[in-house]
Design a protein around this ligand. Structure first.
Ligand SMILES: [Mg+2]
Length: 215
């Protein structure tokens, strides 16, 4: 069976390692472009807002509103979020490649992720995820995974999907008869429990083995 993985907060710890640094960068860009706000105070606000936000995009929008910035500042901040993450140090997911290699002995693997193509590609490289392990790596627009899921089902048959966002990552797959696994990591930890679109819940990617034994 094909195993489909979301990228952010499923295979890599995006909201822990990348998002805070991207938000700092966006704040700096906005201040540099004329937004009147103290950097340290802005930073505290942004990080606090980020803890319960659905997306970093929404943090920037909300912050600009609170800081009484203009549409231009908002545009600068949002653009900064999509820019390349040059200079960000991350913890390479070495174990992850080994784990995926084991799964690959009995399954085909794919990544379906949403967002800016360049930024998503860069994260795959940054975390040294071995692309050779995957039959498909699909980058869709944010919130548009259903299109990819339909194509994958036509090609590989019903699949199993792992993701941290129930609506974005799992609901579309559930609708077309696939098995859904909610991974309660990163922002996914705030998602509701016992959701009807979730077949199994796991806390870390390694727990997937336990699920695979049961299906
Ligand atoms: Mg995710």
């Amino acid at each position: 069976m094909l195993l489909v993985f979301d990228l952010d907060d499923t295979l890599i710890p995006t909201s822990k390692e990348i998002t805070p640094k991207k938000l700092d960068f966006a704040l700096k860009q906005m201040i540099d472009s004329g937004l009147l706000f103290d950097f340290e105070e802005g930073r505290r606000m942004i990080h606090q807002m980020n803890e319960s936000a659905r997306r970093s995009k929404e943090v920037i929008e909300e912050f600009v509103l609170r800081a009484e910035g203009s549409d231009y500042h908002k545009e600068v901040g949002l653009r900064a979020l999509d820019e390349k993450t040059q200079g960000i140090n991350v913890t390479p997911q070495i174990d992850l490649n080994d784990f995926l290699k084991i799964l690959r002995k009995s399954h085909k693997l794919a990544i379906v992720t949403g967002g800016n193509k360049e930024a998503q590609e860069e994260k795959i490289d940054l975390y040294q995820i071995d692309r050779e392990l995957f039959d498909e790596i699909i980058i869709e627009e944010w919130g548009q995974k259903e299109r990819a899921y339909t194509k994958l089902k036509e090609k590989f048959g019903p699949f199993l999907v792992v993701g941290d966002r129930i609506i974005n990552d799992l609901s579309g797959a559930k609708k077309i008869g696939c098995i859904t696994i909610h991974i309660r990591q990163g922002r996914g930890a705030f998602e509701p429990k016992n959701h009807p679109d979730v077949d199994f819940e796991i806390e870390t990617i390694k727990e997937l083995t336990r699920v695979l034994e049961r299906i």
